[in-house]
Design a protein around this ligand. Structure first.
Ligand SMILES: Nc1ncnc2c1ncn2[C@@H]1O[C@H](COP(=O)(O)OP(=O)(O)O)[C@@H](O)[C@H]1O
Ligand SMILES: CC(=O)N[C@@H](CCC(=O)OP(=O)(O)O)C(=O)O
Length: 322
């Protein structure tokens, strides 16, 4: 390996024109160098994240095909074998919407949150905890007995409280939508300590009404869990390249933003980006060193985000780190 002397064609003894003394062509050698450079670029990040918890939020829009779910599962297994401790929190908004539609149950989004009736709540729980959670666990476990599924309702993981919203100065009743107001991360830590990859669905028991479940936006659930676990990073996979400061102008992609800058920008954001960016802010304010929004439709994007210098998408950093 490593001999890149090109043997001139006229005097070369190799049967392959342009071959090096090692038998590889110049192109093959160049390709090998690029691969090696990519691998070695990951060394500082392998050191930085060794044994660290990284919470990865897998959004419903980023898991629209079986292929994307499988490559996501591969990435989680890769992170685990690379020495990190990944924790998955998943969404499933589009999947919930299509099930509600099939069942003829109406639902609408207000300020980025689904107005959730008791009837819709049963469907949310069934799709998230009974459907998507099982699918992700099973894809990860194709690589070995690694993943364990959990709902925010299990072992006191999340404690929820109903939230309302103020939209255009008006109080809006969101129904059974909750915030995570308390986290007991023991169930997740126990799985991590056993070498597993916890996969968590964003349902929380209502602290005020025993037996009632609340629909928690998965971005905010991921942020609450990342803070409670003292995660080194929160990564949110979605279906856009990152945050656009002047949406939908595609020239306005933000690569790094401080928590203070984001706090000012937040009131001007719309729809799905509100809970997402609020979650990034909550995580960073809560002590997580970085949050990132990346395009989950690009296969293995999370590996690029974690293991390369430039990363991809939008990073949110505390003011002092800027
Ligand atoms: N400022 C913005 N930057 C990027 N995307 C935005 C912005 N404002 C609204 N969006 C929309 O938010 C969507 C992502 O939110 P959402 O659909 O809830 O994703 P997920 O299912 O991954 O949680 C994007 O596809 C985009 O259409
Ligand atoms: C309150 C609220 O809006 N809950 C979300 C929960 C799922 C979710 O967050 O899914 P994504 O990550 O795919 O958006 C919902 O009902 O759609």
């Amino acid at each position: 390996m490593g001999d890149d002397t090109v043997i001139p064609e006229s005097t070369g003894t190799s049967a392959t024109p342009g071959a090096t003394a090692s038998g590889a062509t110049a192109t093959e050698t160049a390709e090998a160098r690029v691969k090696a450079a990519t691998l070695i670029e990951s060394l500082p990040w392998l050191k930085r994240f060794h044994d660290q918890i990284v919470v990865v939020k897998f959004g419903g829009n980023a898991m629209v095909s079986e292929e994307l779910q499988r490559s996501f599962a591969e990435d989680m297994v890769y992170l685990r074998y690379a020495g990190l401790r990944p924790v998955v929190v998943h969404g499933g908004g589009p999947q919930i919407s299509s099930m509600l539609e099939r069942l003829g149950i109406e639902s609408e989004f207000r300020g980025g949150y689904r107005v959730t009736s008791p009837e819709a709540m049963d469907v949310v729980r069934m799709v998230l905890s009974g459907g998507i959670n099982r699918e992700l666990v099973s894809h990860i476990n194709e690589h070995g007995p690694l993943a364990a599924g959990l709902s925010g309702e299990d072992a006191g993981l999340f404690r929820g409280r109903r939230r309302g919203a103020v939209i255009d100065g008006e109080e809006v009743d969101l129904g059974l939508v909750g915030d995570v107001v308390g986290v007991d991360p023991q169930a997740v830590i126990a799985q991590l300590d056993a070498g597993r990859i916890p996969v968590v669905s964003s349902i929380a028991p209502d602290m005020d009404v025993p037996g009632q479940s609340l629909n928690v936006n998965a971005d905010s659930a991921a942020a609450a869990l990342a803070v409670a676990l003292g995660a080194a990073k929160l990564v949110i996979l979605t279906d856009v390249a990152g945050l656009y400061s002047d949406w939908p102008n595609r020239d306005s992609l933000v690569s790094v933003i401080t928590s203070d800058e984001l706090r000012s920008l937040l009131p001007s954001l719309e729809s799905g980006m509100i809970p997402k960016m609020a979650a990034c802010l909550e995580a960073v304010d809560g002590g997580v060193a970085k949050s990132a929004i990346i395009d989950g439709r690009i296969e293995h994007s999370i590996l690029l985000e974690i293991f390369t210098q430039s990363g991809i998408g939008t990073e949110v950093v505390p003011v002092e780190a800027a």
